[in-house]
Write a new protein. Structure first.
Length: 217
């Protein structure tokens, strides 16, 4: 039997790819669990719906967001912060599903950060055109813990810069199943996501779901 291009096995996780001091890409690390992670994310979304948060400047974010875990990241006219309740319902955020917590811990360990115990998972939903401008993740009280970011669905261009907003940022394609981890010297690196290109993902359709795990409290 001859192997055509279409018979090639899907890419497998191989090894961390360093992108800066303390920052790596784990390409394909979450591939074999994509379906379980998506199901878990959909359960969270059913209990705490995605919403377009208002920035302190008064603009609705293009990315839809929700959270699971003890703490959830929120933004409104008064600023950014972590909250132990969903402002939409007044209820605690849904618990972090075990498969999500397990993946986040394994990815952190693979990137060299042992003992990662995230208490917050921000779920970001990008539709075509949605973007996240360059920012630092700096609302967490424990900056010794890394950020673990899992990409599902449509591919995106991840911007990863330095510690100053004006630093040049490099661009990395993030595909379904890729995980990015940044901590240590890169913990406060500026990062963002370029406007999502339109497309059709076989499982997720016209969207990208990103899960970012943090130690917030
Ligand atoms: C984030 O910075 O919170 C999300 C990054 C991403 O969507 O890849
Ligand atoms: Fe971020």
């Amino acid at each position: 039997m001859t192997l055509s291009l279409f018979d090639e096995p899907p890419p497998r996780y191989e090894a961390p790819q360093p992108i800066a001091q303390g920052a790596v890409l784990l390409r394909g690390f979450a591939l074999d669990q994509g379906e379980a992670l998506l199901q878990a994310a959909q359960q969270v979304i059913a209990a705490a719906p995605l919403r377009h948060l208002m920035t302190p400047g008064g603009r609705a974010m293009s990315v839809g967001m929700t959270n699971c875990g003890a703490l959830g990241w929120v933004s409104d006219r008064t600023g950014y912060r972590y909250s132990n309740t969903d402002p939409l319902s007044g209820q605690p955020w849904p618990a972090m599903p075990a498969c999500l917590l397990d993946l986040a811990k394994r990815a952190a360990a693979e990137a060299g950060f042992g003992h990662f115990n995230p208490d917050a998972c921000l779920i970001n939903r990008y539709q075509p055109g949605a973007r996240l401008s360059l920012h630092q993740d700096r609302d967490e009280s424990d900056l010794s813990a890394p950020i673990v970011s899992v990409s599902l669905g449509l591919p995106a261009v991840f911007l990863f810069g330095g510690l100053q907003r004006g630093d040049r940022s490099a661009r990395y394609g993030l595909a379904h199943g890729d995980v990015a981890v940044w901590g240590g010297a890169s913990r406060l690196a500026f990062h963002g996501v370029a406007p999502l290109a339109d497309g059709e993902h076989p499982v997720l359709g016209r969207q990208r779901i990103n899960l970012t795990f943090r130690r917030a409290g």
